[in-house]
Design a protein around this ligand. Structure first.
Ligand code: ZN
Length: 161
């Protein structure tokens, strides 16, 4: 069958940035399994998978607007060091911070005399992603899988809900 909404897809993928630096790959371990059409993947990759079948291999470039979005410079903010009292704040650290947009995950990009500079952009925002995909299996999702919103293994649902 071809990949369509509510198909369970098993695939291997490697994702790189446009300049060829590998970001992630399933090929070192278990393939990825997901229910197609439920926004489990970024939009650009779900679109590219539509109508593909078992054995298909393809590459696709996904622009930021169909991946993790464009960067927004206003999400870079300076907050007082006192917000991190008792913590060792280092560049590159991921923290939960309360910002104007509520609680969100941010990355510390600088620590200086003014305070701590945090970036609320997704680390992959503004990045064009290049996917190398191999479709290993396609089947219909069961009603139970659709009700749970995730793929079940051979033993059925082994998750705690
Ligand atoms: Zn389940």
């Amino acid at each position: 069958m071809k990949i369509a909404p509510n198909a369970v897809v098993t695939m291997h993928y490697t994702v790189s940035s446009a300049d060829g630096v590998q970001i992630d790959s399933s090929r070192d371990g278990e393939p990825m399994r997901f229910i197609h059409g439920h926004n489990f993947l970024i939009q650009g990759l779900e679109d590219a998978l539509e109508d593909k079948a078992v054995g298909d291999s393809f590459e696709v470039q996904v622009a930021p607007e169909l991946a993790y979005g464009e960067r927004h410079e206003e999400l870079v903010q300076v907050v007082p060091k006192s917000m991190f009292e008792g913590m060792d704040v280092d560049v590159g650290m991921q923290v939960r911070a309360t910002t104007d947009d509520g609680e969100q995950s941010v990355v510390v990009i600088d620590v200086n005399d003014d305070g701590v500079v945090i970036d609320g952009n997704h680390p992959l925002s503004g990045v064009t992603l290049s996917f190398d995909v191999e479709v290993l299996d396609v089947r219909e999702a069961t009603e139970e899988e659709l009700a749970h919103g995730h793929v079940h293994g051979d033993q059925g649902c082994d998750h705690s809900h």
